[in-house]
Design a binder for this molecule. Structure first.
Ligand code: GLA
Length: 384
């Protein structure tokens, strides 16, 4: 749905023009999975799929929310009644952002909001971060809060961790808030320092496909939290603040110190090698060896499948089929347990690869996957 339609939807609902319209994208993560809550490195880029919000201020302590994507009327909430983990519906995301802004001392006095999103939900493409960031940016603009993009991302993460109750890291919100068109975002999640890495695959005759397996994932489900807790246990056993502090060349020594705690050993090995893969991929991109990142992506998948154990048969089938069909690299992306995989391929192979993935899914009796090309797109912005 375009910005004009969202603006018109607002007018139809609330009987007046909105003060503005904003959008924030979903993301795909190129490499750096389950490293963000370990203070490590990630490299996502923004998708062309966005959440769009038409918003006006109110000064009476009321928040009205409506989504074009969800059945039901306008939800009307009182700001002083917003409380963490009291809402299990989609409204928890925008309401959580308002709660987080107010809790941080920002004078947000109410709003009328109408939303629509083209980011697939439950696909590991950060539909919730897009919802959070679009609201944070709109309120920052309208209430002239003067917050920086990284500060908006932190507040959105707080909304998700505390208000919604999903123990996620900072990658998705920062990607949605800070990505730039034509670039991947190399992010150090410890201090949020960033580097925009130019990424124009089409110019080099390549494509990056996103394959949404349609297997729905949910982060509040517990498995994500278990991995996070296991990583924190590993850091504590090794006497470091976060697994980021274990250097790649100190990995063997660190693992030896973990004795026979096989589960923690596997989690630590994934995180430390994954941080190294991000740095390696950045170095390859910066030296123009773009095709070589394919092998890094594929190694990342093996680590998520075998060490972190968060893949599933559908994701593995995408990766195996793509590689057998000559893809440069492939891996699952996002939180895992379903969602999407990415495939880096020569442009000339895209059609054949798509067909072979679809036919492998049909043979296995899996739901037909949704395949689309991902081009690094703009981060959150004011549309009108
Ligand atoms: C989800 C979380 C992120 C990150 C990824 C895994 O997308 O929201 O913070 O942990 O999983 O890399």
């Amino acid at each position: 749905m375009g910005a004009q339609q969202v603006r018109q939807g607002f007018v139809d609902l609330y009987g007046a023009e909105p003060e503005g319209v904003w959008s924030a994208p979903g993301r795909v993560n190129l490499i750096g999975e389950h490293t963000d809550y370990n203070d490590g490195f990630v490299m996502p880029f923004a998708l062309p799929h966005v959440a769009t919000a038409a918003v006006s201020r109110r000064d009476d302590g009321v928040l009205r929310l409506h989504s074009a994507d969800v059945e039901g009327g306008v939800a009307e909430l009182r700001l002083d009644a917003l409380a963490p983990q009291t809402d299990r519906s989609w409204t928890a995301y925008p309401a959580g952002v308002v709660w987080a802004l107010r809790e941080a001392g920002h004078a947000v006095t109410g709003a009328d909001i109408h939303l629509a999103s083209t980011v697939p939900t439950g696909a590991g493409l950060s539909s919730s971060a897009a919802l959070e960031v679009v609201i944070a940016l709109a309120l920052d603009d309208l209430f002239e809060l003067g917050l920086k993009r990284w500060q908006l991302a932190r507040l959105c993460q707080r909304a998700e961790n505390v208000y919604v109750g999903a123990p996620t890291g900072i990658m998705d919100q920062t990607a949605s808030a800070c990505c730039e068109r034509g670039h991947a975002l190399f992010l150090d999640t410890r201090d949020l320092s960033q580097k925009q890495i130019p990424l124009d695959l089409a110019a080099e005759g390549m494509r990056l496909l996103v394959v949404d397996t349609q297997v729905k994932h949910a982060h509040s489900d517990g498995e994500y939290g278990k991995r996070r807790a296991g990583c924190e246990k590993g850091a504590a056993l090794l006497g470091v603040d976060a697994l980021r502090d274990i250097p790649y060349d100190g990995l063997d020594a660190a693992l030896a110190r973990l004795g026979d705690d096989d589960e923690v050993i596997r989690l630590v090995r994934h995180v430390v090698t994954e941080d190294q893969r991000v740095e390696h991929a950045v170095a390859l991109l910066e030296s123009g060896e773009t095709r070589a990142i394919g092998q890094v992506l594929t190694a990342g998948h093996a680590s998520l499948r075998d060490d972190f154990r968060i893949s599933c048969p559908e994701l593995d089938l995408v990766v195996d089929t793509a590689l057998a069909g000559g893809a440069l690299g492939a891996r699952m992306t996002g939180g895992g347990f379903g969602g999407s995989a990415i495939v880096l391929a020569e442009a000339s192979d895209v059609e054949t690869l798509t067909k072979s993935i679809e036919s492998a899914f049909a043979t296995a009796g899996f739901t037909t996957p949704r395949v689309f090309e991902a081009v690094p797109s703009a981060g959150a912005l004011r549309v009108s």
